[in-house]
Design a protein around this ligand. Structure first.
Ligand SMILES: [Zn+2]
Length: 195
């Protein structure tokens, strides 16, 4: 749990501009290959034109096949709508239960957060002794010794807590939000802890 979260985003999400260029160039590249294969650009245009004409030309099929295809499409549409409806309903029903859960103890500290659309947000640490909000201090000395940690100090109690194996406070916040989400999933939270 103390390991830094890995970025699992795919490259096209990390480089949307590059992805857009590749997508834009792909048809041109395909057309160029086609031009190479079929002799000239004019030929490719003619082929594209006849493909267009072919796709809009009327076609005769038996009524039973038409009814079968039409029912299949209708059935698929109904199933998709049902699945979407069930997903929306169950999501909506589950939401209010965990909304009062905005405080818990993780990593020897008290944490408070608010609920955003995607989950817990703004996870803030508080002193477990006097409940004063505390601020993270990056401990640059400890990383030299092989173990990195993020330290939290309370100005009132003059106490410091070290959260080991982390190299920056946002990693701690991220992992706390994962713990919150896990507790909600497993319904382990205690709403009476909420201030
Ligand atoms: Zn304190």
């Amino acid at each position: 749990m103390n390991q830094p979260a890995t970025d699992t985003k795919r490259w096209h999400k990390r480089h949307p501009f590059l992805f857009a260029i590749v997508v834009a160039l792909l048809p041109i590249a395909l057309a160029s290959i086609a031009a190479e294969r079929f002799g000239s650009w004019a030929h490719v245009l003619t082929l594209t034109q006849s493909l267009g004409l072919w796709s809009v030309a009327p076609v005769t099929i038996s009524r039973w096949l038409y009814v079968l295809l039409f029912s299949g499409v209708l059935l698929l549409l109904i199933v998709v709508l049902l699945v979407l409806g069930v997903a929306t309903f169950s999501h909506g029903a589950a939401m209010p239960a965990h909304l009062p859960y905005t405080q818990d103890n993780f990593l020897n500290l008290v944490w408070r957060w608010r609920w955003a659309n995607h989950g817990p947000a703004d996870c803030q640490p508080f002193c477990p002794v006097c409940d004063l909000q505390i601020v993270p201090v990056f401990d640059s000395g400890s990383i030299m010794g092989g173990t990195s940690s993020v330290s939290y100090s309370c100005n009132q109690c003059q106490k410091t807590w070290h959260v080991a194996t982390y190299t920056n406070p946002s990693q701690v916040q991220h992992d706390v939000s994962l713990l919150v989400e896990r507790n909600v999933r497993q319904a382990q939270f205690n709403p009476s802890k909420t201030p």
